[in-house]
Ligand binder design. Structure first.
Ligand code: 6PG
Length: 268
């Protein structure tokens, strides 16, 4: 399959495109460009985008909120959702909602009612997960296959291979029905709410964003499993994100990509 990244045609290999960017700034531009491309391709009507938390995507969200994307992005028709949240108050520096707010929503002309956050003012993560699940089901009434189909999903990968707040060996990895669940684990070590694999695997496009040499082993293992499905494992949760009808791309900086064999990279 061929597609365009940064204006160049690129061929995908091994079931997923792997694009290596020379710096974190280039990586941020590639993520913003990719999101803009996906949203433009979807045309009119609501477009749903699921956003990862953590630190890596901050720069990408800031880039999307700045020119040239700011003026081109159809903010009014895009709905932003959270992939996961640390169960802390929204003003807490560890809050993913806060990061998305600072980097994207406060900078871009995005209607606030188009942001669908995980509500940490509820009594606990179980209530927040239930409320988020219900909001997802309301926003996607009668989706094909019974599971909301996101147009774009942005995900990070942890050094331990986690993604969203799906941690190695977690029971949440076996979930087949709920769209969001309360979980424990991760760094910072706070209770969390995460979307589940059925939701991620119904997505049309998944964009993994991986930065820094500390992620090099994790990225190599995750990409290896995209090339050889026998390597998928609950020990490396990101390997279980394999959308049935969707396309996966990995955007990585050169540090994160430093352990990828050259032939695993898509020409770009
Ligand atoms: C979170 C995340 C998480 C993140 C990875 C990578 O709340 O921590 O959403 O899944 O994407 O841990 O995080 P960094 O990009 O900060 O390394």
């Amino acid at each position: 399959m061929a597609h365009t990244v940064n204006g160049k045609r690129a061929r995908e290999g091994g079931g997923a495109g792997v694009f290596v960017l020379s710096s974190p700034a280039e990586l941020a531009r590639a993520v913003a460009g990719r999101l803009w491309g996906i949203v433009r391709e979807r045309g009119a009507g609501p477009v749903h985008v699921l956003l990862s938390g953590g630190e890596t995507p901050r720069k990408a969200y800031e880039t999307l909120a700045a020119e040239p994307y700011r003026g081109r992005f159809p903010w009014g028709s895009v709905h932003f959702w959270q992939a996961d949240e640390r169960f802390v108050p929204a003003a807490d520096p560890r809050s993913n909602r806060r990061m998305i707010g600072e980097a994207l929503l406060s900078r871009a002309p995005a209607p606030l009612e188009n942001f669908h956050g995980i509500d940490t003012s509820l009594p606990g993560p179980a209530e927040a997960a239930r409320a988020y699940d219900a909001e997802l089901r309301r926003a996607f009434p009668e989706p094909p296959g019974g599971v909301p189909r996101f147009d774009a999903v942005v995900l990070g990968v942890g050094e331990d291979g986690h993604t969203a707040s799906l941690f190695p060996g977690s029971d949440a990895l076996a979930e087949e029905t709920a769209l969001a669940l309360p979980v424990v684990g991760g760094d910072p070590p706070v209770p969390r709410v995460t979307v589940t694999l059925p939701l991620l695997n119904a997505a049309l496009r998944v964009v993994f964003v991986v930065q820094g040499e500390g992620k090099a082993n994790a990225l190599r293992d995750v990409v290896a499993a995209f090339r050889d499905p026998s390597l998928r494992s609950p020990g490396i949760p990101a390997t279980l994100v394999t959308p049935r009808r969707g396309m996966v791309v990995f955007l990585a900086d050169s540090g994160a990509a430093s352990r990828l064999p050259a032939e695993w990279r898509s020409p770009g």
